[in-house]
Design a protein around this ligand. Structure first.
Ligand code: NAD
Ligand code: IPM
Ligand code: MN
Length: 368
């Protein structure tokens, strides 16, 4: 069969460092399991700004549209933090999401048993954690109009952003959450702030209506976002699927990452609309950023990027066996006691980015 078209966008900071470890796995799967990928690599973020003067070129967006999947690293660089919004590295990921209508960002927070001591919570609170945050990613306050910074007549300024959600935007992401729940624990918790925001009120109504019409077999609950943050720390195992808007989903998923030990552990998949060729737009990326504080040191945890690639194999390339193999290998490597700095605990063996990647491949070799 034909090779799968994959667009790889490593980006900035630790992005290229952790992507190198995925390349190792790709190579092994090619040699041993007949995975044929037709890979194109492009610059995004500060790396693209430096060469092309823009965070992402239109050609790259086009390539993304024509690929079977996009594997994204991370973007962001302190050197570009004082420029206008059109010139920020982060525009690359925002534009990809918007242009490809990648509206449903699946952020699983699963605790590997071996990492129970790396979690910020007590073992008895966090044991067995397996939640899925479904974050809306092309609407809400990230994209609402009006936006901008205005100068007022008295010379003072104001910054403006607007939270907007339409019924169709809410319904399509809620649908993904209900479908997800059916394959898991069959429970959805919808999170907004309907006590303060009209967009939250509409969110709650639309999710409730969809539930009533099509998903009565799934258990639905509602929670205010601030309470949800608290409940995630108090008793995270009460949740199965959480569905929420762009900003709340961003914050709650970073919070959830610490329950699993580290931001360096959590992968994500962002699913979009189904294209004319019948394929579904999809982008895979860790939830962490470019981590400028540790970039270039060779100590970043590559597991979130590796697990993002596993999600890519599962959801876009229909290669669940390979995804299972990677996930099992990661689990075994952690059980063997290898740890990058972010998940280090007493008595474990500390390794850098490359040793962790090599260990995963070695374990895949053993398991296969
Ligand atoms: P960050 O996620 O980059 O880092 C937060 C903290 O977690 C840092 O201390 C970092 O060292 C640590 N960390 C993150 N990933 C790690 C890994 N794989 N292994 C070990 N430690 C890890 O968030 P930040 O510092 O707030 O943001 C840095 C830059 O990244 C900003 O420019 C931000 O906009 C950008 N960012 C990009 C994305 C993305 O590309 N999708 C996501 C989040 C942040
Ligand atoms: C994420 C990031 C992005 C977001 C930034 C870099 C635009 O934090 O993917 O979680 O806020 O969505
Ligand atoms: Mn984020």
């Amino acid at each position: 069969s034909e090779a799968h078209k994959l667009l790889v966008l490593a980006g900035d900071g630790i992005g290229p460092e952790v992507m190198r470890e995925v390349a190792r796995i790709v190579h092994w799967l090619d040699a041993n399991r007949g995975l044929k990928l037709d890979i194109t690599e492009e610059l995004v973020g500060a790396a693209s700004l430096a060469v092309h003067g823009v965070p992402i070129r239109d050609e790259v967006i086009d390539l993304a549209r024509k690929s079977d999947a996009v594997l994204f690293g991370s973007v962001g660089d302190p050197a570009w933090s004082h420029v206008g919004f059109d010139k920020r590295p982060e525009v690359a990921i925002l534009k990809l999401r918007k242009e490809l209508e990648l509206f449903a960002n699946l952020r699983p927070a699963q605790l590997f048993d071996a990492l129970i001591d790396a979690s910020a919570l007590k073992p008895e609170v966090v044991r067995g954690l397996d939640i899925m945050i479904v974050r809306e990613t092309v609407g809400g306050i990230y994209f609402g109009e009006p936006r901008g910074i205005e100068t007022l007549p008295d010379g003072s300024r104001r910054g403006i952003n607007t939270e907007v959600y339409t019924t169709s935007e809410i319904e399509r992401v809620a649908r993904v959450a209900f479908e997800m729940a059916r394959q898991r624990g069959n429970r959805v918790c919808s999170v907004e702030k309907c006590n303060v925001m009209e967009s939250g009120l509409l969110w709650k109504e639309v999710v409730s209506d969809l539930h009533k019409c099509e998903y009565q077999d799934v258990e639905l609950s509602h929670m205010l976002a601030d309470n949800c943050a608290m409940q995630l720390v108090r008793n995270p195992n009460q949740f199965d699927v959480i569905v929420t808007g762009n900003l709340f989903g961003d914050i709650l998923s970073d919070l959830a990452s610490m329950l699993t030990g580290s931001l360096g552990m959590l992968p994500s998949a962002t699913l979009g609309i189904v294209r004319e060729d019948g394929k579904r737009n999809a982008l895979y990326e860790p939830i962490h950023g470019s981590a400028p504080d540790i970039a270039g040191k060779g100590i970043a945890n590559p597991l979130a990027q590796i697990l993002s690639f596993a999600m890519l194999l599962r959801y876009s390339l229909n290669r669940a066996d390979d995804a299972d193999l990677i996930e099992k290998a990661v689990s075994n490597v952690l059980a063997s006691g290898l740890r990058t700095a972010d998940i280090m605990s007493p008595g474990m063996a500390r390794v850098g980015t490359d040793m962790m990647g090599q260990a995963v491949v070695r374990e895949m070799e053993k398991l296969a």
